[in-house]
Design a protein around this ligand. Structure first.
Ligand SMILES: [Zn+2]
Length: 135
């Protein structure tokens, strides 16, 4: 029995998640360090030491915001890349295993609210069942 997958609930590939997770970790680390520097500044009795910690906190906050900007840019570029790839494929549905075209086997009407499409890969014979709301 081959696995049945729906195309609609696409999950980002592992490398995309890795890039965003790494940035997310760096951002959290910067905010934690900024917080730590602020705490040290508030505890410092020496004015020069306090100023040093405040400067450090400001730098960590600046770096955190820079990483947040890079992260938002990264997300934008990944979305653009995905949209471009979808456009290049047109509306054709390709097999997730071998990349060849899929042919329609049948459409079933389900509960007046959903159409269920059964499609088969012309290359490897992989079967997909896709549910779509009735228009
Ligand atoms: Zn296939």
């Amino acid at each position: 029995m081959q696995p049945i997958l729906a195309f609609t609930n696409r999950v980002a590939p592992p490398w995309e998640m890795a890039v965003l997770q790494k940035l997310g970790g760096q951002i959290a680390d910067c905010w934690a360090r900024a917080e730590e520097a602020e705490r040290r500044a508030s505890e410092a009795t020496d004015l020069a030491v306090r100023a040093d910690h405040e400067r450090a906190a400001k730098s960590w906050r600046h770096l955190a915001r820079s990483y947040e900007f890079v992260e938002s840019l990264e997300r934008f570029l990944l979305d653009a890349e995905r949209a471009k790839a979808a456009h290049a494929r047109g509306r054709a549905i390709c097999c997730p295993y071998c990349g060849r075209g899929m042919r329609l086997l049948g459409i079933e009407h389900e509960l007046d609210s959903r159409d269920v499409f059964s499609i088969e890969c012309i290359g490897c014979g992989h079967l997909e069942v896709i549910g779509a709301p009735t228009r």
